[in-house]
Design a protein around this ligand. Structure first.
Ligand code: FAD
Length: 464
């Protein structure tokens, strides 16, 4: 019987994208190694909301049930004015749960990564911690060799950069592309830019902020988001526009002192009518101030290189889709590699077959990411009360309690699932399988148009 050499993928980055890819490849019987510069699930003090699209893929991988047991699901999204007054309280989480069969899962990012790691059967394939920073990748028609700081090297058929916004693999991909086809990746070198900062952290329970709710507070110069998770823990975000736009890699870095002084300047800002940002800040356990890069690469692959997650598509935190999109992209790449592995003509999968697979991967994801990235871009500006769009948004959510859930539903109906694992049973009775391709967002009502006209007229008068 003919035996074929197993395909081997070197995954750089053992966080959301990298570990989801590792699980997905295991199910496709594709060999892999994961390399990370830091111990897996190092604490960074960030939280994450896994929405229905991320949940579906994690369910295929047998992880959703355990994820669900760790969280208090998000039910209501309170849309608030700068005074903290509620403009609308759509039960978006409840509706999405009814439509898809999955909860919106809020938890510390570290716990999600730990869960992904705990579910990996063969931990000897993970090389993480001191000395494991990837510093160079050698590429030839025969394969790749990935070198780490401690002098080790790992060889394979493909190298995948799941190493975040400051991706070393992406830099190495550009270096090799430039050597072989000068000029090709130039546009991508300025693909990411930041205009907003985000001060985020986790605080203990605050009276007046019940679990299962989120508060989206529109405002200028700062806007706020809080998610209330298990035990009342508050996952908080303060967004601010920076005085100038920064092109990556010249993104600013901030100290803890700068984070504290930003918080101190907004202690009196309202999260609800009765709770201020200061009430949350005094209960803080962790906090970090970061720039929020935005951008979608033009080219997600070259030769035997591919990038996944934040290394390929980075967006503002406001939409809560960076990590969910990383999960979907990992699934899409695994689909493409699985097909190449099954359909290869020779003993080893050829570079041509790999390039075709990577091109299919990009094609299956990039258009969706451009749309999602645009939505995250708009939401960040809308929450910052820039332009007229926030006022149209207010009118829409005020008159239509299902508007937010409808928007998300349309987006989640396009989720990329692993096509070689059966669809989760939870989807059997969901909207997903009803083949509902028609637009769910209802046409705006007469009230909406009347209110929008009023808002536009008032803003025009105020500007004059
Ligand atoms: C405060 C905050 C809240 C967020 N909330 C949400 C949310 O609610 N929902 C959502 O979907 N998204 C959210 N996001 C975005 C989400 O966290 C990211 O999109 C997601 O973590 C990206 O995952 P990743 O695996 O691509 O990259 P990363 O999480 O950046 O992981 C990269 C990994 O690569 C490793 N690495 C880097 N360089 C090297 C190297 N040279 N060698 C070896 N290893 C390396 C790092 O150690 C790290 O483990 C949030 C982001 C922030 C900052």
């Amino acid at each position: 019987m003919e035996t074929k050499a197993p395909m081997k993928v070197i995954i750089v980055g053992g966080a959301i994208a990298g570990l989801t890819l590792a699980h997905s490849l295991k199910h496709a019987n594709i060999d892999y190694q994961v390399i990370d510069a830091y111990p897996i699930a190092s604490p960074v003090g960030a939280s994450i909301a896994i929405f229905q699209n991320g949940c579906m893929v994690l369910d295929q991988l047998g992880i959703y049930q355990d994820l669900r047991s760790l969280v208090h699901p998000l039910k209501t999204m309170n849309i608030r004015l700068p005074s903290g007054k509620v403009l609308a309280a759509p039960p978006a989480g409840t509706l999405l749960e009814q439509r898809f069969g999955y909860s919106i899962c809020l938890l510390p990012r570290q716990r999600l990564i730990q869960l992904l790691y705990d579910h990996l059967e063969d931990k000897s394939k993970v090389h993480a911690g001191h000395g494991k920073k990837v510093i160079r990748v050698a590429h030839s028609t025969d394969g790749v060799e990935v070198f780490t700081e401690d002098g080790s090297s790992y060889s394979g058929d493909v190298v995948v950069g799941c190493d975040g916004i400051h991706s070393s693999v992406r830099s190495e991909m550009w270096r090799h592309a430039e050597l072989n086809h000068p000029g090709i990746p130039l546009a991508d070198r300025s693909a990411f830019a930041s205009e907003f900062t985000c001060l985020f952290g986790i605080a203990g329970a605050v009276p007046g902020l019940p679990p299962g709710e989120s508060n989206i507070v529109h405002g200028k110069p700062a806007s706020f988001l809080t998610f209330i998770g298990l035990n009342g823990d508050v996952y908080f975000f303060l967004y601010m526009r920076m005085s100038e736009r920064h092109l990556w890699p010249d993104s600013p870095r901030f100290s803890q002192e700068q984070g504290e002084s930003l918080a101190n300047a907004h202690m009196g800002a309202h999260i609800t009518e009765d709770v201020t940002f200061g009430d949350i800040w005094t209960k803080r356990k962790t906090f970090t101030l970061l720039p929020m890069e935005e951008g979608v690469l033009q080219d997600w692959h070259w030769g035997r290189f591919a990038v996944v997650g934040d290394a390929a598509h980075k967006m503002t935190v406001n939409l809560g889709q960076g990590g969910n999109s990383a999960i979907e992209s990992a699934a899409a790449l695994a689909n493409a590699l699985n097909e190449a592995n099954l359909c290869r003509r020779g003993d080893r999968v050829s570079q041509e077959e790999i390039e075709m697979a990577l091109s299919n991967y990009q094609e299956s994801r990039r258009p969706r990411l451009v749309t999602i990235g645009r939505a995250a871009f708009e939401i960040a500006r809308s929450q910052a009360l820039e332009g007229l769009k926030p006022w149209l948004f207010f009118s829409r959510v005020f008159f239509d309690n299902t508007f937010l859930a409808d928007l998300s539903t349309e987006q989640f109906l396009g989720t990329v699932l692993l096509n070689y694992i059966r669809k989760p049973i939870r989807l059997d009775n969901s909207l997903w399988l009803q083949g509902n391709n028609q637009s769910l967002t209802k046409p705006p009502s007469f009230h909406f148009f009347a209110c929008a006209a009023l808002v536009l007229t008032l803003s025009w008068i105020l500007k004059k």
